[in-house]
Design a protein around this ligand. Structure first.
Ligand SMILES: Nc1ncnc2c1ncn2[C@@H]1O[C@H](COP(=O)(O)OP(=O)(O)OP(=O)(O)O)[C@@H](O)[C@H]1O
Ligand SMILES: [Mg+2]
Length: 502
């Protein structure tokens, strides 16, 4: 887009009561001090935005003479289409005109916003304006027109391992998110790794406690000998046990049969001495014949039954006594004592063998802990690698972007990033010319720096716009900018004069 100034008409604008300026490719405005040279570009920015050439709000109402209203008309040519913009200030009220048609402020501003932003126009128009903005605004405006390097371009500059790792990860997460994830991971894993290390250490210390173990084979041999001996003795004890308990059982059975016998004997004697009941129990008459005989037979029967039981109890007892006579009580107290002595020897061996079992368990735990430690370290290193790769990515990205931007300039050097002490990249914006900061430059140097900067902006934004060089008498030589040039120059003793040079 090419914007050209065609004609500017001033009515009661500051010191100019009535002035018309026609512009050419180069428009020279000369005159002595205070002749009204700088008022001309100021009227241009005022007509567009109501501001001076540095962006400050401006009231151009004349203070040295009476005037009803202030009016500025600016005829612009945008890519061959002419538009006349007018701004009128009357009794503190602003009115807008587009091609002499009264318009709303919003319509007027919409037209301008369709062309460029206020900041971009001022930066192109006044070479000293750009540097008056906050550095972040300066940086943003410049980078707005420089495409950032793509991930692919940056990956090419990274070591292969880093590029491959990040290339795979960015398919799922942004670098910003990856940074958050792995910073969090690293914090967690740092702690986990310390814990894993201390666990391994503790377990290894436990292993040291098993250093004085008696070798397992000799323990097994000893245990085998003692157990064999003990088992043999135990067999004898068990055998004796069943023999002796049989004796005990027989003895108690014999005792019971003896008691039965004594009871039956007493019973027999009692029946024998019983008086026969030879009188009827109810009528008290003496029993006769069969009745008496029945009573006598009953007594005899009972006596026979008891005698029979008595005999079988005696026979049973004799049989058991014969059985008992065959058996002999075996004394195993000696064997029991020996068995106890052997057990006392076996117990410590078994304890020693249990120590071996515990030793194996601890050994296994150490292996597990070492594996855990190794895996944690691997994960930790992975996160550290990713974090470092991201840092390097940002570093390379910044480098590439800085180079891209720097390549646009000739005398100016532009610093977009700086590395902090912790290695992280921080944004900054420092412009230098011949190694000197902008603020250190002389007026002519500032103008030259501004002209170079606005050329880059013009080239990158693809907008060709007019530029003003005020106080051009202070510059001996400068490169002519693209677009129209308004050159203001003080000439002693001269009235205001505008001359056009095609
Ligand atoms: N609102 C105003 N009303 C009347 N005169 C004003 C107003 N504002 C500024 N002036 C005066 O207009 C005159 C022209 O100012 P201008 O800045 O255009 O001068 P100049 O030609 O650029 O001078 P120099 O060579 O010193 O830069 C000055 O005397 C200034 O004081
Ligand atoms: Mg001036």
């Amino acid at each position: 887009m090419e914007i050209k100034l065609k004609e500017l008409k001033l009515n009661n604008f500051e010191s100019h009561q009535d002035l018309t300026v026609n512009f050419g490719e180069v428009t020279k405005i000369t005159g002595d001090n205070a002749e009204g040279k700088s008022t001309i570009p100021r009227a241009i920015t005022w007509s567009l935005y109501g501001i001076d050439t540095f962006g400050s709000k401006l009231d151009p109402t004349p203070t040295t003479y009476d005037a009803d209203e202030t009016l500025v008309s600016l005829l612009l040519d945008v890519d061959g289409i002419e538009t006349e913009l007018g701004r009128q200030l009357k009794k503190g009220k602003t009115k807008y005109l587009i091609n002499e048609v009264p318009s709303k402020a919003s319509e007027f501003n919409e037209y301008l916003d369709g062309l460029f932003t206020k900041e971009l126009f001022l930066s192109l128009f006044n070479p000293l304006y750009f540097f008056t903005m906050h550095w972040e605004k300066q940086r943003a405006m410049l980078l707005n027109y420089v495409t950032a390097p793509s991930n692919k371009e940056v990956f090419k500059e990274l070591p292969e391992a880093q590029a491959a790792k990040l290339g795979a990860l960015v398919k799922k997460h942004s670098l910003v998110d990856l940074n958050k994830i792995h910073r969090d991971n690293k914090n967690k894993l740092d702690k986990q790794y310390i814990a894993a290390q201390s666990r391994t250490k503790t377990l290894k210390e436990q292993l040291d406690e098993f250093q004085t173990l008696v070798p397992l084979p000799s323990l097994r041999t000893e245990l085998k000998i003692f157990s064999k001996e003990r088992d043999e003795i135990q067999e004898v004890i068990d055998l004796a046990g069943s023999n002796n308990s049989k004796i005990n059982k027989l003895q108690s059975q014999i005792q019971r049969l003896q008691d039965d016998r004594d009871f039956l004997r007493t019973n027999f004697e009692r029946i024998k001495e019983e008086q026969i009941q030879d009188h009827c129990q109810t009528c008290k008459q003496p029993l006769q014949g069969d009745a008496l005989k029945a009573v006598e037979e009953d007594k005899q029967q009972r006596q026979d039954s008891v005698a029979k039981d008595f005999k079988s109890a005696v026979a049973e007892r004799k049989k058991l006594e014969e059985e008992l006579a065959q058996l002999e009580y075996i004394d195993v107290s000696e064997q029991l004592q020996k068995a106890n002595e052997l057990q006392a020897k076996i117990a410590p061996i078994e304890q020693e063998m249990q120590k071996h079992e515990r030793f194996e368990m601890v050994k296994e735990a150490v292996t597990d802990a070492e594996q855990q430690e190794k895996e944690t370290l691997e994960q930790l290193n992975e996160s550290i690698f990713i974090l470092d790769s991201i840092k390097d990515f940002y570093g390379k990205e910044a480098e590439l972007q800085a180079k891209k931007v720097q390549d646009l300039f000739d005398r100016l050097s532009v610093k977009l990033f700086e590395q902090q002490k912790n290695g992280e990249i921080k944004t900054t914006f420092v412009i230098q010319m011949d190694g000197k900061d902008y603020l250190q430059l002389s007026l002519s140097e500032k103008i030259k720096a501004g002209l170079e900067l606005r050329e880059v902006l013009s080239g990158q934004s693809d907008i060709v716009a007019p530029a003003v060089v005020d106080n051009s008498e202070s510059i001996t030589k400068f490169k002519q900018p693209s677009g129209q040039l308004l050159m203001l120059k003080v000439v002693e003793g001269k009235e205001l004069e505008v001359s056009v040079n095609e």
